[in-house]
Ligand binder design. Sequence first.
Ligand code: GDP
Length: 297
Amino acid sequence: AIEVVEDRPEDLEHRAPIVTVMGHVDHGKTSLLDYIRKTNVIAGESGGITQHIGAYGVRLDNGQRIAFLDTPGHEAFTAMRARGAQVTDIVIIVIAADDDIMPQTKEAISHAQAAGVPLIFAINKVDKPTANPEKIKEKLAGMNLLVEDWGGKYQSHDISAKTGLGVKELLEKVLLEAEILDLKANPNKPAVGTVVEAFLDKGRGYVSTVLVQAGTLRIGDYVLAGKHHGKVKAMHDERGHNIKEAGPSTPISILGLDGAPTAGDKFSVFEDEREAKQIAVKRTQLLREQSVRTQKH
Ligand code: GDP
């Protein structure tokens, strides 16, 4: 049986915030995520090729970390939430200052609000001569979303994902919000978390990006993720570096599962390999029975 052991308060340690970027198409989500990844990936390391693994971590100059789910569009967020996976601590809503509050922006705002996740507005493209960030803030106010410089409670920052203007300050606001949330997890137990994405790589087999939410994941750990299982053979970050262990709020891609779990699947580490296999078999059976039932109806 799966033992649910409550963490004692003294076991809990601060963890980095997990952030999702949402907004209307072409408003600059990808550009912002790319800019942050390229400039901020672990202070001290310059440039270099990064792989898309669906999530990445950054360390700011002051040593603080932020984990980004690098899945632009709302699909991943919505899919995960539909499956009961709540992984995001903070949502950044990107709005192009030369445009308007568009339908997808409104949708993103209501998704985040429904999930009870705090919002931070990134008013983007302020480098453009046609940009009018104040107009955007006025529109937000009209939606009952009053930003700070309008005397409201919502943090917002004018940025250019193209030139990088304001991005550092935006990230500082993310950390401020995280401080208020007082995010904690117990790093000293077998890892649990959520699958972000998974695919079959011709050369390496199944590659799954997971987000460790509590505990610490190590090479050699026996993992059960959805209906798939296996021993972690290798772990890599978005730079392709070999990683030996990953603590709370760390996104990591792992090799060794016997299939590709679905985004939003929970994963956990089992000390007993046989037990993990039994549960995986049971889940596969259940899913098969379910699909037979739905086909009959
Ligand atoms: P997404 O669909 O939200 O991911 O938007 P993209 O990041 O793909 O950006 C859409 C277009 O806007 C691209 O051509 C970007 O180069 C451009 N863009 C994004 N951010 C900025 C910005 O801050 N300033 C300017 N001038 N262009 C931007």
